[in-house]
Design a protein around this ligand. Structure first.
Ligand SMILES: N[C@@H]1[C@@H](O)[C@H](O)[C@@H](COP(=O)(O)O)O[C@@H]1O
Length: 242
């Protein structure tokens, strides 16, 4: 596990974008595992800028997203499909047919979960998985528990997670109670993982996840078992290392 503290969020965003761009230079058909939430927005902005300057192309790349809310149609403004279109896909040259966000509105959710896993078999494995971290240590929507499900599955969201994400919906009652998420086993199959965290409110959970015990009570701690993880932190989230 390689932990780097960057001087600013801009440095952090630029560093993560540069790692993704250099992967695509070496392997244009790479499969990217992508994340949502506020954390990756700046990284996507950098990638769009690099694309506009001709420094990176996604024309042959594939992408697969970590998660999606259950019950939101893809065109819902708060769906993660809408998020990805708005912040990345509609600004770059990735063919939309090469992008996969779970369909949380599918009539047969177990079949949708299986199809998500199959996409990673067909075009993967995931070469690089980008991750944020929730305040309770969740990755994707894998909430802390006595056990974790390995593969893509439907999960009940913790109230704390719904509250944290209510800022995007305006009203806690509008936040879905369930999500489809890659499992921790799915995430650990990625060849390389970059976890990004910024802000003082992430300091405690980042410290716990990467210096504490490996435990399902903190799903991000399982990343300690992966051979190729890069943790990128700003000064605040990495304050415990100073
Ligand atoms: N499912 C997402 C995660 O993929 C994300 O990493 C996390 C942190 O979000 P943020 O980046 O907004 O702090 O919460 C969300 O619930």
């Amino acid at each position: 596990m390689n932990i780097r503290i960057l001087n600013s969020r801009e440095d952090l965003n630029a560093t993560a974008a540069a790692v993704i761009a250099s992967l695509l230079l070496n392997k244009p058909q790479a499969m990217l595992g992508l994340a949502t939430g506020s954390t990756p927005i700046g990284i996507y902005r950098h990638l769009v800028e690099m694309y506009r300057k001709g420094q990176v192309s996604f024309a042959r790349a594939y992408s697969v997203n970590l998660d999606e809310y259950v019950g939101l149609p893809p065109e819902h403004p708060q769906s993660y499909r809408s998020f990805m279109n708005e912040h990345l896909f509609q600004h770059i040259d990735i063919p939309l047919a090469h992008t996969r966000v779970p369909d949380g509105n599918a009539a047969d959710l177990p079949a949708e979960c299986a199809a998500h896993e199959q996409a990673m078999l067909d075009h993967g494995p995931v070469d690089l998985q980008l991750l944020g971290i929730g305040h309770n240590g969740h990755i994707g929507f894998n909430e802390p528990g006595h056990g974790l499900t390995g593969a893509t599955h439907v999960v009940d969201l913790e109230e704390r997670t719904r509250t944290a994400n209510a800022r995007f919906f305006g009203n806690i009652d509008d936040v879905p109670k369930q999500a489809v998420t890659m499992g921790v086993g799915t995430i650990l199959k990625a060849k390389q993982i970059i976890l990004v965290a910024f802000g003082a409110d992430k300091e405690d959970i980042v410290k716990q996840a990467f210096t504490g015990p490996v435990t399902t009570k903190c799903p991000a701690s399982l990343l300690q078992c992966h051979p190729n993880v890069l943790i990128l932190l700003d000064q605040e989230a990495g304050g415990w290392l100073n």
